[in-house]
Write a protein that binds this ligand. Structure first.
Ligand SMILES: Cc1cc2nc3c(=O)[nH]c(=O)nc-3n(C[C@H](O)[C@H](O)[C@H](O)COP(=O)(O)OP(=O)(O)OC[C@H]3O[C@@H](n4cnc5c(N)ncnc54)[C@H](O)[C@@H]3O)c2cc1C
Length: 305
């Protein structure tokens, strides 16, 4: 149909006339457009700033930050499948807790038989994430354990949550020279740097640096994590024997690009979409939101066809 896909191309700017999109600037080239779908992911910090400069309505939204915790997969299997654990697939878990100051503390993106990965996307910051290969056979389980944070922690400015997240990632980079921070949970509780931890390559992809992870986060995050993990130990015996890697910050977008019931932003023709715009978290909900936005755009043209 004469469409063109520009790979490796940066959306640098929007061209707006009277609150309506008329085009975009991609790699320095002006391209006219009456519809622009923003599916930019939650890490496009330069693009969020560009959108704010173009007067798109953005707001800070709650998200969650914390650590990754690693256990031998056999410990999780024995707890989850008291019998027959050797003949069943590597087990997963989901754990939740509410801290004394009413924050949600929960497991997220649990990876049976997987690896903790250094998923940093920009110079000067460190971010962890987790993944499993298809066979789930690393012999180690890992999961994010995260604590909710909101505007009352970082303020009202639309990019305040993004700045808060970035600060933690940069703070870690300074302390670890760009490596993932590592500590046993026991040492984290005692504010003590762990001595060298052996065989890290068995469950971590990327270099690690032993530091006191308490130094990365505000104190309310540290205490919520410690209380939560101690509570999780009552559900999965041995949970607090885990090794933690940090920081896990990119669990969802810290920004929402406000859209109306037709999925359109305050700039007509611009459709904020999926995770980065604050309407999805993870692959499946992002895919579903993408379909929803495509249907809204199709409706707009239904009289034309
Ligand atoms: C290591 C890892 C493991 C994960 N595991 C899982 C999992 O098991 N299950 C799960 O559900 N989710 C998982 N996720 C999360 C999942 O990847 C995201 O939820 C999903 O990719 C979000 O989709 P999206 O389309 O909103 O954004 P993205 O996939 O982030 O895509 C956004 C794209 O927009 C591009 N972009 C941004 N700004 C611009 C611009 N100005 N111009 C041009 N292009 C731009 C970016 O480069 C990027 O390619 C994982 C993530 C990581 C990092």
């Amino acid at each position: 149909m004469g469409g063109k896909i520009n790979y490796n191309s940066l959306l640098e700017d929007l061209i707006i006339e009277k609150d309506k999109i008329t085009g975009v600037v991609i790699n320095g080239e002006n391209i006219s457009a009456e519809i622009v779908v923003l599916a930019i992911g939650h890490s496009a910090r330069d693009t969020f700033k560009m959108l704010l400069d173009n007067h798109l309505n953005l707001e800070a939204k709650p998200f969650a930050i914390g650590i990754r915790i690693v256990h031998p997969q056999s410990l999780i299997d024995k707890n989850q499948y008291p019998k027959l654990y050797k003949s069943l697939p590597p087990a997963a878990y989901k754990l939740t807790y509410t801290s004394d100051d009413h924050r949600g503390v929960y497991s997220f993106c649990m990876c049976p038989g997987g690896y903790v990965v250094n998923a940093s996307s920009e110079y000067g910051g460190v971010v962890t994430n987790g993944m499993s290969n298809y066979q789930r056979d690393s012999g180690f389980a890992n999961s994010a354990i995260i604590v909710t944070v909101s505007k009352k922690d970082f303020g009202d400015y639309p990019l305040a949550g993004l700045n808060f997240m970035e600060q933690i990632e940069r703070n870690t980079y300074q302390l670890t020279q760009g490596k993932m921070a590592i500590q046993t949970f026991k040492d984290y509780e005692s504010n003590r740097v762990s001595p060298t931890i052996s065989n890290v390559d068995d469950y971590a992809k990327g270099l690690t640096c032993p530091i006191d992870i308490n130094k990365i986060f505000p104190s309310y995050i540290n205490s919520a994590l410690k209380d939560g993990i101690n509570y999780f130990d009552t559900k999965i015996s041995g949970f607090k024997e885990g090794i933690i890697l940090a920081p896990e910050t990119r669990t969802s977008s810290p920004v929402r690009i406000i859209r109306n019931e037709n999925s359109e932003s305050n700039i007509l023709g611009v459709y904020p979409c999926v995770e980065g715009s604050g309407y999805a978290g993870g692959i499946t909900t992002s895919a579903i939101d993408g379909i929803k936005v495509a249907e809204e755009i199709a409706k707009k043209y239904s009289n034309v066809i």
